[in-house]
Design a protein around this ligand. Structure first.
Ligand code: ADP
Ligand code: MG
Length: 467
């Protein structure tokens, strides 16, 4: 087999970097990985560092970690540190809040020490992050944990004047944390050089792709020398992320925390699923809209652009609704979104493609007027509500035409402790789905329309697909 021959787990006598003869540590590694649901794929994956002491990290970093009150590495840190310290590419999949930031920053600090680069000639470590908020959080951690190692860090993001950021760059930085859009702008101005970057992190890769940053990411990566270490951190592992990982990483070690195949919906969202005939949907939709608290922001998803326009037109008489989909110009989209954000148009009717990347807070209700082409999109859609500790409600209209998704949907509902309507269970037991819905969708490609969406055929075809 080529060097892609993957060894699952740390098993196999040659699959371990050091200490293979120490049976005791083999067992404790396995026990540790089992307890923390760590699974790895790759050749010769080193065992996790189960304590800070085992890391052999420089004392000034250990001091910061102790000062922060951390008692042990989180599982993603425990497993990604030894891999990253071997200068290998990594894909790390772990949910939000699992400590991914230090997972890549601390090996980045060590990498910096090894490089001895002059920060005046450009950064050595580059971290791409989807939003300004996340980028500044990463910078805060880099400053906090790197200051005693005299590591300098600059943060570049949109929505703020460029001047101060350009001045920060000119002063020199070991680490640049940037959103792809702003970094790309600055690259085009030729005000930063990435020729010295040898440690590249794509943080929240799924979210960056979701927000449509793929072209900018690819342009940026083209400016980074091929001789580099690339680390990708992501909370989910959909096809788009796999694709970009395959393009940008070389023979990575993959580290999963928890079960990634299981689609997990936010438990703070109440999920209602209703079996409805197509002709019943409209009345039910109006009824749901009428029963919401005034001012609640609501997104209605449907599968075609035509249906989007039609629904928005019908609803707007009573509710203040607008449609957003791939046939709308950028100006129209901006206008519609602004009306929605400010609450002047409380109901947004959208296709999946148009809704991708919208970062709108305080959405109270998600309504799936049409079921999406797979439960992955379902989880994604309903995840637009219930953000940041708020509760949300999702209503989903399910029909006979969706039967093939029934059993996958049940898994998602059960995984989030939601009620499964008996009609849906019946449907699944009559053979709908069989648990293959996701895979079937990935392998077909027919129903979803053109990859990358924005297929602007205006006869109401599906508004592109997620892949
Ligand atoms: P993620 O990027 O996976 O969402 P973060 O890196 O933002 O997670 O970390 C979440 C929180 O956990 C942060 O407040 C961080 O300071 C804290 N944290 C990181 N590492 C540890 C650790 N080893 N022990 C305890 N808390 C930690
Ligand atoms: Mg993070």
């Amino acid at each position: 087999a080529p060097n892609g021959a993957l060894v699952a787990g740390h098993g196999g006598s040659s699959a371990r970097g050091h200490g293979t003869s120490d049976v005791g540590s083999v067992l404790s590694t396995d026990a540790y990985c089992h307890r923390h649901e760590i699974t790895v794929t790759g050749d010769n994956v080193p065992p996790p560092f189960t304590s800070f002491e085992a890391t052999g990290l420089p004392s000034e970093i250990l001091r910061e970690v102790h000062n922060a009150g951390f008692s042990s590495p989180t599982p993603i840190q425990a497993q990604s540190w030894p891999v990253a310290l071997q200068s290998r590419d990594i894909v790390a999949i772990a949910k939000t809040g699992s400590g991914k930031t230090l997972g890549y920053l601390i090996p980045g600090f060590i990498h910096l020490k090894r490089c001895h680069n002059n920060s005046q000639s450009g950064p050595t470590v580059l971290v791409l992050s989807p939003t300004r908020e996340l980028a500044t959080q990463i910078q805060d951690e880099a400053v906090k944990f790197g200051k005693s190692s005299r590591i300098s860090c600059v943060c570049l993001y949109g929505g703020a004047p460029k001047g101060p950021q350009l001045r920060d760059i000119d002063r020199g930085a070991d680490i640049v944390v940037a959103t792809p859009g702003r970094l790309n702008d600055i690259l085009e101005m030729r005000r930063i050089s990435l020729h010295q970057v040898s440690y590249l992190v794509l943080d929240e890769a799924d979210r960056m792709l979701d927000m449509g940053f793929e072209p900018q990411i690819r342009k940026i990566v083209n400016e980074v020398p091929a001789r580099r270490q690339t680390l990708m951190y992501t909370a989910t592992w959909p096809k788009e992320v796999r694709k970009i990982a395959a393009d940008l990483l070389i023979n990575p070690v993959q580290v999963n925390i928890g079960n990634v195949d299981e689609l997990v919906a936010n438990k703070a969202i109440t999920q209602h699923v209703e079996l409805l005939a197509p002709l019943e949907k409209h009345r039910r939709l109006e009824h749901i809209l009428r029963s919401q608290e005034p001012g609640s922001k609501i997104i209605v998803f449907c599968s075609t652009k035509k249906m989007c326009d039609q629904l928005a037109r019908n609803l707007t008489r009573h509710f203040g609704a607008a449609a957003i989909h791939g046939d709308k110009s950028q100006g129209e989209r901006d206008y519609v979104l602004n009306q929605f954000r400010t609450g002047r148009t409380p109901v947004l009717v959208a296709t999946d493609v148009a809704a991708r990347g919208l970062d709108i807070k305080d959405i109270r209700v998600v309504i799936n007027y049409d079921f999406p082409t797979g439960v992955e999109d379902y989880v994604h859609r309903i995840g637009r509500t219930g953000r940041a500790g708020a509760t949300g409600i999702a209503y989903t209209f399910f029909g006979d035409q969706d039967a093939r998704y029934a059993s996958d949907l049940i898994k998602v509902l059960e995984g989030a402790n939601q009620r499964v309507p008996p009609e849906i269970r019946d449907m699944a037991s009559r053979g709908g789905g069989g648990g293959m819905g996701r895979f079937r969708r990935w392998s077909s490609g027919g129903r979803d329309g053109v990859r990358g969406g924005r297929n602007d055929s205006s006869y109401g075809g599906r508004d592109g697909g997620r892949g």
